[in-house]
Design a protein around this ligand. Structure first.
Ligand code: FAD
Length: 610
């Protein structure tokens, strides 16, 4: 284990600068910024070697509340465990400022998320390989899905009653337990069955073939019927047994420390401030500083530390240490259209009744406390539809032609016109998207099947690209988050096609007994423009499905990348990024299963450097 003094560390890195820091400073082998989903996976794997010392610094606290742990509570947001950050006005969404959903807690997103546990199509990961990232195609990342998760099926009775299909061999033997619970709300059966009648692929196991209709697990431990998180699976299980791992909570990392050496710019540590002390300290990393602060805060930390687009840094008065346009570029998310239908005749045991019927709510809660069963033991949904463009839009070829004929810069942030590398990377991504849009190997649209009238849809393959920049008057404050939703009109057309397809589904005779009436966006909105405007007015449209990513993309530098496939920030020594910001293209899936796998692979890469 390495706890060395600051002076010996300087010798280790062959620094050419004079040493001035106090000798009492602690140095760890690895300093991980962010104890969220990826940060704790990395901390666990690195601390397997008792000779290595690891410090994780997390802004949030160890939260033990039942709002997150009980699956039945996952319908709403646990705002107390999230950042209170809103986006810049979104010009194409009525200039509204939207909540940027990011966990601020040990466990990060895994602690506050909707617990959907699925993966993208093989083609989604192959795309990362096609962009020049060696070892990051499906074959390269698949073993790490196996390494991170393990699956528990529901009871035989539930399988028979709901006709649930699954294939255990699609999952692994990893620490994160996921499951399809024994309890399902009765209306889940007719709702799921109605989708079996659509001309879309029905797949036995979504974790094997993720394009189509399938039953899907939640990140829930079947034995205890509680949420599983990076904390419960990767930290709580080892914390007491590994003195070489330290987790510092309720502490904000303010800045990365660099030294100019003969080797170039080297990340040597971080400056941090405990949230309740407000006194800044420093800590040093002998081997690496590892950023796991997520798709929103990693680019912010890089920029505030002097790594980012020169103009953004200069406008905020931050000294430029490395002009890197990739930081805060390529920002992506799934675009949500939270459609909703008013239904009649639901079974008395239904999700909305938990909010409207106090007796049912209390009985259900007591049942959960007594034996971990019933309505509170299940999350939002175990039914998913992930479909190719041609599955929901017969005019898909027209969309493909439009994508190919567009002058890309017309629909991109200005920086892409000024920077050849950024544009080259985007054009390569666009070619991949055009290929995916014309085939059936990757999903473009998503519909979440629930047991009541909430019918969320999402465009999973945005062509628009957002930015994360510094607040020029307060660079240390929250970053400026700009999704640029619908900057590329193709994204809006996909949302419209998906809304029409979903609307049509709800007119099926098999669902007629529910007498569905669309309440969001609303049946009065019929033309393309009206459907978008109705989504804005009703509030069903949102720029994010809580999957911010891509803002420090893993791609070659000549394609506008931020980190290499070895996860090192270009132009800096000993600084790596492992969180959702590295995803070069967003896969068609909820992100957590992918992030667990990415972090497992990242841990092997970092270890191999040692
Ligand atoms: C509300 C919500 C619902 C979601 N629903 C689903 C779902 O149902 N299924 C699914 O698969 N995915 C879902 N996701 C997405 C998924 O959880 C995330 O993509 C994933 O957790 C991202 O992992 P990460 O490690 O990149 O970042 P995070 O897990 O967000 O970790 C980043 C951590 O860094 C900390 N941090 C940031 N800046 C600093 C700093 N300067 N100093 C110290 N600490 C810092 C944060 O507090 C946070 O804990 C959801 C996410 C949210 C927020």
């Amino acid at each position: 284990m390495l706890f060395i003094t600051r002076s010996s560390f300087v010798l280790l890195v062959l620094a050419s600068v004079a040493y001035t820091a106090p000798t009492t400073q602690k140095t760890y082998d690895y300093v991980i910024v962010g104890g969220g989903t990826t940060g704790l996976v990395m901390a666990n794997r690195l601390s397997e070697d008792s000779d290595k010392s690891i410090l994780v610094i997390e802004n949030g606290i160890l939260n033990n509340g039942t709002l997150s742990s009980i699956p039945g509570n996952s319908g709403g947001l646990n705002l107390a465990a999230m950042y209170d950050i809103h986006s810049a006005p979104e010009p194409n969404l009525g200039n509204k400022n939207f909540l940027v959903t990011v966990g601020n807690v040990v466990g990060g997103g895994s602690y506050v998320n909707g617990m959907q546990f699925d993966r993208g199509a093989d083609a989604d990961y192959d795309a990362w390989g096609e962009l020049g990232n060696e070892g990051w195609d499906w074959n390269g990342i698949q073993p790490y899905f196996f390494k991170s998760n393990s699956f528990d099926p529901p009871s035989k009775e539930t399988i028979a009653a709901f006709n649930i299909s699954y294939d255990v061999s699609a999952y692994g033997h990893g620490p994160l337990r996921v499951s399809i619970p024994d309890y399902q709300f009765p209306d889940m059966k007719p709702m799921f069955d109605s989708w079996c009648l659509e001309p879309i692929p029905q797949v036995k196991e979504g974790f094997k073939n993720p394009v189509g209709l399938y039953w899907s697990p939640n990140s829930v431990n079947k034995a205890t019927a509680t949420r599983t998180t990076s904390r419960s699976a990767y930290y709580d299980t080892i914390a007491d047994r590994r003195p070489n791992l330290k987790l510092m909570t309720n502490t904000h990392v303010d800045e990365i420390i660099f030294e100019k050496t003969r080797l170039g710019l080297v990340a040597t540590g971080v400056k941090y401030t405990p949230n309740d002390a407000k006194m800044q300290s420093q800590v040093f990393a002998a081997k690496e500083v590892i950023l796991a602060a997520g798709g929103v805060f990693t680019p912010h930390l890089l920029m505030v530390s002097g790594i980012g687009p020169k103009d953004v840094l200069q406008a905020a008065g931050v000294t430029v240490k490395k002009d890197l346009s990739a930081v805060g570029s390529n920002f992506q998310d799934h675009i949500a259209n939270y459609m909703n239908f008013k239904l009649e005749g639901l079974d008395p045991e239904n999700i909305p009744a938990l909010a409207t019927n106090a007796t049912f709510n209390q009985t259900s809660y007591n049942q959960y406390l007594a034996n971990h069963t019933g309505p509170y033991s299940v999350g939002k949904s175990n039914g998913l539809v992930f479909i190719a463009l041609q599955h929901f839009d017969s005019a898909y070829q027209k969309t493909v032609d439009t994508i190919k004929s567009q002058v890309a810069t017309k629909y991109l942030p200005e920086r892409y016109s000024k920077n050849k590398q950024l544009l080259a990377g985007y054009l390569k991504q666009r070619d991949i998207l055009a290929k995916q849009f014309s085939g059936v190997n990757a999903a473009v649209g998503e519909i979440v099947i629930k047991s009541y009238g909430s019918s969320s849809t999402a465009n999973n393959k945005p062509l628009s690209r957002g930015t994360i920049t510094l607040n020029s008057t307060n660079p240390a404050g929250f970053p400026v988050v700009q999704w640029n939703t619908f900057m590329n009109p193709v994204d809006a057309s996909v949302i419209v096609s998906l809304a029409r397809f979903n609307r049509k589904h709800w007119t099926r005779p098999e669902l007629a007994h529910y007498k569905p009436v669309e309440t969001a966006p609303g049946p009065q909105y019929q033309t393309d423009e009206e459907i978008i405007q109705g989504g804005i007015t009703s509030g069903s449209l949102a720029p994010s499905f809580a999957h911010p990513c891509g803002s420090c993309a893993m791609m070659p530098e000549n394609l506008g990348g931020c980190v290499s496939d070895q996860l090192l920030v270009y132009g800096i020594q000993r600084l790596s990024v492992i969180d959702a910001s590295i995803l070069p293209m967003i896969p068609a899936t909820h992100l957590q299963a992918t992030m667990y796998a990415v972090a497992e692979k990242a841990a092997d890469i970092v270890k191999s450097r040692a």
